[in-house]
Write a protein of this length. Sequence first.
Lengths: 90, 603
Amino acid sequence: MSRQVISATLAIEKGKIVCADCGRALVEAGQSWKRHAALTSTPIRDMPGAASAVDDKVVLRYFACPGCGSLLDTETALPEDPFLDDVVKA
Amino acid sequence: MDPITFSIIRHRLFRVVEEAVITLKHVSGTAITNEGHDLMVSLYRADGSLLMGGVGFLHHLTSAAEACKSIIRRFAGQINEGDLFLLNDPFTAALHTSDIYLVSPIHHQGKLIAWSACFVHVYDIGAMNPGGFAPDAQDIFTEGFSSPGIKLIDRGQLRQDVWDTLLNMVRGPEMVALDLRSMIACNNVAKDRLLALVVKYGEATVDQACLTLIEQSETRLRQRLRDLPDGQWQSRQYLEVKGETYRVILTMTKQDDTLVFDFSGSSPQSKYAVNCTRWASLGGLFAPLFPLLCYDITWNEGVIRPITMIAPEGSIVNCTRPAPVSVATVGAIQSVNNAACSAIGKMLAASDQYADEATAVWHANHFAIFMFGTNQRGGQSIGILTETFAGAGGARTFADGVDIGGEIPNPISRMANVETIEAAFPIRYLFRRRLQDSGGAGTFRGGTGGEMAIVPHDAPDGGIHYVLSGKGSKFPQSEGLSGGYPGAINDYVWVHAPKDAERSFANSLATIPGDKQPISWGVFPLMQKDALYVRWNGGGGIGDPLRRAPEKVMQDVIDGVVSSRAADEVYGVVMSHGTVDASATQQRRSDLRRVRMAGGRTA
């Protein structure tokens, strides 16, 4: 079965979005995969290199593969903002 | 047309633009133009459509096309051989008032056959704050001279009344005059060289080559789009002014051979001057599109045809008159640049064929620091700190971003030498260098940004003042890709020296004596022994930092661009006695992956 790359860390295989590293299936192709990833987040102010005036609430969201822990995507976000959804057609 | 003639004409058109850029730089006397390369020159067809986009700030290519079209409409029946028009109204076509367009019709045997257009950020435009960026402005009426189109040269004769009126409204009129003359010279060179091409090959042949070139660009871009997967990609940019947060939201949809950039959901327009107009947003999305999708395609009208933009009226990306926009180029326009760069990067990364062309967001947060005051020779100086153009490269899918490596919207951006700035202003640099932990972490690291500090030096008035504006220093903006981290954030710190302070030779922010006050918007003094510290953001990273080669991380630590803390916490690399401890690194990375899998603090 062929594998379609949809990012440097994700692919579509057998109709599902999978982790490109370990092949763990996350969700059906065409759907939002981020809700099926392992989510952690860190306040930007706590990260190395933070500036003196950084916003207290802004975080870096980490979306990792629940199977192998590979980092699939990140996004800068305020807590009230939704995930950024990227959908690649199979 | 035979392919050799076509190819020669295509290259000659490019050279016409290139020589005009050189002319612009050589005649202008301002660092922002001839050192920072805040400029643009392009050729347009008789109807104002883009024929040959040049280098410089690429978000001007489409806006200057609209400037030509607006002049054609406004001056119908009054466009003569030897004319030259000035336009700088943002609600007509320009990006902000201080980026003046001079557009020149090109006639051959009495017939209008083309236009040349150029811009520079003039020394001053008479806004309420010196230098053109006006953080105190509350509407367009306080942002200086603004024309929707005026004839500056009539049949080869300078209109002295118009010239004198304009220069009467600006600070530093002699420098503004030099800026304007550089653009006149630039247009003259473009016109002369294009006419020489027409004389050599004939008007019909050149016109046919131009039409073919546009058709070729459209065909090639549409084919490239068909080669890429259909889909929808989103990106988001935050910007902040005086405690208020704004968002630029983009959903980019690619279907078959078309691309739609939809900015619905972006914040309402601001009372502050970070807004941009519709034409500015259009230019803002094309600035990354040209180099990322059309790196081997001529930048002309053919590239524009497959693209659609949706920008809600009354939003920060399509504000309505009389909203202030003087900070747009370091405000919402750059947010549009960044959002488009991020979405295009994701689309490219979704293709086996084009993954190598993908990039994280480059240097994403311009700052505008215009210094003004009495210089060491007793004269008056106004000018920008060109470090804002130094930039930082976003990571690629196969390599790190280039440290202090420029920016996507301007392929020739750069910063002036320290000595140039010290010669123009009564200041002294304490240091200027790469900034540690500024490049976004990743398998491939983003290029670093930089940091610098300046103090007054040999200043007759005890120092100078500066106008500071931009998108703030609260949010990362150079987003990573596929697990890469964003580059670090800008920072502006006013260090209030103690009364008994010695002359400072500090080499870091921490060692500059005094109270440190973060600032980001307004007019500030730099007097006596106070210091101004500035740092600018790095590029975004690509890929999981835990997959970065440990030896590269160690080299970054040795080079001072990554801290030991980041090596441990972000990259999971354990070093001991100057070498990588391979087994401890493997264990550390496994531990960090387990933390991710377990989930932790949530947003």
